[in-house]
Design a protein around this ligand. Sequence first.
Ligand code: HXC
Length: 521
Amino acid sequence: MADNATFFFQEKIAEMLERRKTVQNGGGAERIQKHHDAGKLTARERILELLDEGSFVELGAFVEHLETGLMEGIQAPGEGVVTGFGTVDGRKVCVFSQDFTVLGGSLGKMHASKIGKVMDLAARVGCPIIGLNDSAGARIQEGVDSLSGYGEVFYRNAIYSGVVPQISAILGPCAGGAVYSPALTDFIFMARGSSFMFITGPEVIKSVTREDVSFEELGGADVHNKKSGVAHFEYDNDKAVIAGIRDLLSYLPSSATEKPALKPSKDSKSRATPELLKIVNPDQRKPYPMIDVIHAIVDDKTFLEVQPEWAKNMICGFARLGGRSVGIVANNPRQMAGVLNIDASDKAARFIRTCDCYNVPIVTLVDVTGFLPGVAQEHQGIIRHGAKMLYAYAEATVPKITLIVRKSYGGAYLAMNSRDMGADVVLAFPSAAVAVMGADGAANIIYRREILNSSNPDATRASKIAEYKTAFDNPYVAAARGYIDDVIQPEQTRVQLILHLEMLEGKAESRPFKKHGNIPL
Ligand code: HXC
């Protein structure tokens, strides 16, 4: 009897192992070889690279398609996607990884259902969901069922937005529906040279608009990281992308109900920052590297910049101060004098909201003359886009610290999180200037008549500019009214920021009831 039972199980186990092997082989040796030859990892190799060693637990390996539409008789091992959970640096994550070797990673109904299941699991237990995308879009053979599948995924992307971090890697030619799920997530990573994102490919474009464009020019990693602002990070290959995801996760909590983990550093909290005296150019018209200011202040000079190649007049990224994860938003005087334009406003607003979703305090470093004037900006809606920044800062309830490094003028003073827009604390360097606008422009407007009527207009203009500078080009008018809480020595920047962050730990801020706000999109 016992022998019979053992034999019975051995047979069943052998069958199960055989079935599993078929699933693990994906689209077969030939397609896997082609994939490797293109310098890419397979769906499973990517998961193993992402997760802590030995932590992967697969779900839904035996899921099969429903033979609907033109799918009858077609083999699709694992339904073209590997799903499951594991850990990254010991913390739980859910993951799905599309298998391009199986029908081009195209998404059918059951493929979508596998993805939906791990998304639901991530939301239920409160852990990040990471999508490793490599898909030719809707599975054409399944017709409307594949569109329904996309609906299932998009719906969950939206519903779980702000619930758990959602991170997407684009690791192949992602077309059609395959780009909209990533677009609904918090961050998009791309691999240079091997990943593409487009709604319609070069051939369709040629037939519709007669434009001749290559894959790379249409939707390569460079395009989406430098021009469109669709993606957030660009790395050289699959492995580097995956290392980037692990790094990003370290700054984020597992869900919106948690705070990011503390990561103590050997970098002393009381370290002075005298180098700032040399980095910040005292001449208001001269640029300097704001990125160096950030590196000087944060723990271990480590800053993970988000969208470093797009809207470079605005710097956004993650760092730590005294072991606490912070989001840094800073004007970049080296790029268009750090002015706020449409792209910079979009970039900052999105980043601020991401930080707020996941309880990451925001440190804002200000050096800005204003919004970019011009017909093109006005006609493209700088009012609507700039409003996003105002909205995002006001809406955010995480600790918000603002440091005015040099100048802060006009609308940009408000948009860069002034006291009245909800900053918990505003600090300024002694060299900071806070005013409605720069001295030259202001003097020309308010003293126009005196200047024009003067026997020596140039001398009068110069003396009026000097008068205005004396009155406003300093932080003390704003400090006298409590708009600035303290004027600090640059050497004390790191110390001060950490002290205020520690003070703001546990900050709670409630808002009037609403269904949801209506950010100007
Ligand atoms: C089913 C597909 C497929 C698809 C490719 N394949 N696309 N199977 N549905 N959408 C299959 C191919 O038949 C092939 O199978 C394998 O995947 C690899 O495809 P290749 O073309 O050989 O690969 P490659 O040359 O690398 O080109 C990749 C590609 C191209 C650029 C992605 O395949 C392509 O343009 N596919 C169509 C993309 C597309 O238009 N998708 C639908 C979008 S509409 P074998 O058996 O030979 O390996 C959409 C609607 C949703 O997504 C919209 C929601 C908003």
